[in-house]
Design a protein around this ligand. Structure first.
Ligand code: UDP
Ligand code: MG
Length: 347
């Protein structure tokens, strides 16, 4: 495996070697993943003996409509180290991942996708980097296999745009597949905003970070839950919840337009004062009016999207609702709205 220390990593003086975690949690959100579960189970079960510390697996069923929960409960019945949370409906990948991270009790936690596009073997080099002292070890894709040109182009543009909008140090070509140390996870769990962009939030909490690189394989089975429309929604969510950059662009565009309008107005007045021929001016008038009206509407729409976000945040609804759980000590019989952060020590 090829390692490369990312430039977000601070100087090595901040990074000190440490022992293996007493428990490693592997958190996996799943939505309609029935075709892939047996492959995932085989992949994880064959990896566990190679991991040099205790392991728990936290599987979050994000309101699947197929046989996902049934298959997960079978897996959990065979292995007490496999915990299952079933959310009451589909809350989306970021919220399902949050649920899993809240219920993980490991000293180190790995978040990964269910479809084996995040190869489980990568956990071994991630653990090595954890022992080197890094608190965040993310998996960086150096190539993507078996994905169509549209998915590749949108993903390429997505990461570059996010870097521009969120933070110039946000690593590119890095998804949510990563290992987090307990201190970093505890910091992350304090961020309870409704519109979640986990990888941006992890960058925000800081801590020493590094990368392990891999070639991303194609899905083992089933189909993507992130079609183009959802990718677009995810990108705009990430941009709007993390950055006021769109508002700044709007302000600059509005300023440039207003300045141009002012200059044009001066020019028109000068022409009149100098007694030059003045065109009846309908065309220029209507064009100016359209540009002004359009830019005002654009601005209102942009402000509106931020206001909508404030509205959502002010409601402070729970990020997810756990309907059922298996192999979790605090198993809920009643649906539980998780607003407060569950106490890991108590479990
Ligand atoms: N997922 C989820 N809830 C959703 C959508 C996706 O829990 O609403 C899970 C899905 O089961 C998978 C992971 O998120 O484990 C990533 O989804 P997918 O592989 O479809 O995304 P892609 O790799 O195509 O971007
Ligand atoms: Mg995938």
């Amino acid at each position: 495996m090829d390692f490369r220390t990312d430039r977000m990593a601070p100087s090595t003086s901040n990074v000190h070697r440490r022992p293996l975690p007493y428990l490693l949690s592997i958190v996996i959100p799943l939505y309609n993943e029935e075709p892939v579960i047996s492959l995932l189970q085989a992949g994880i079960e064959s990896l566990i003996p190679k991991i040099p510390c205790a392991v728990e697996v936290v599987l979050v069923d994000d309101g699947s409509r197929d046989g996902t929960f049934f298959m997960l409960s079978q897996w959990a019945s065979e292995n007490a180290g496999v915990k299952v949370l079933a959310l009451s409906r589909n809350f989306g990948h970021q919220n399902a991942a949050t649920a899993g991270l809240d219920y993980a009790s490991g000293e180190a936690v790995v978040l990964m996708d269910a479809d084996l596009q995040d190869p489980p073997e990568l956990i071994l080099p991630m653990l090595e980097r954890y022992c080197d002292g890094y608190d965040v070890v993310y998996a960086q894709r150096i190539a993507r296999e078996g994905e169509g040109p549209l998915k590749r182009v949108t993903a390429w543009a997505f990461y570059r745009l996010m870097r521009l909008l969120i933070h110039r140090d946000l690593p590119v070509d890095v998804g949510d597949y990563r290992l987090l140390s307990r201190p970093c996870l505890n910091a992350l769990r304090q961020l309870r905003e409704t519109h979640r962009f986990l990888r941006g939030m992890v960058a925000w909490v800081g801590f020493p970070q590094t990368a392990v690189q891999f070639r991303r394989p194609q899905r083992a089975a089933g189909h993507t839950k992130y079609p183009f429309r959802k990718m677009l929604g995810f990108a705009s969510n990430a941009a709007l919840s993390f950055s006021a950059f769109p508002l700044k662009v709007l302000f600059v565009a509005g300023f440039v337009m207003a300045a141009a309008g002012f200059a044009y107005g001066l020019y028109a007045i000068c022409r009149v004062l100098l007694g030059l021929y003045v065109v009846p001016g309908w065309t220029s008038l209507i064009v100016a009016q359209c540009i002004t009206g359009g830019s005002i509407l654009m601005g209102l729409g942009m402000v509106g999207s931020y206001v909508a976000r404030i509205f959502e945040e002010v409601k402070a609804r729970p990020l997810y609702i756990v309907a059922r759980s298996i192999n979790i000590a605090t198993a809920q019989t009643e649906p539980q709205a998780v607003m407060a952060i569950p106490d890991t020590e108590a479990r």
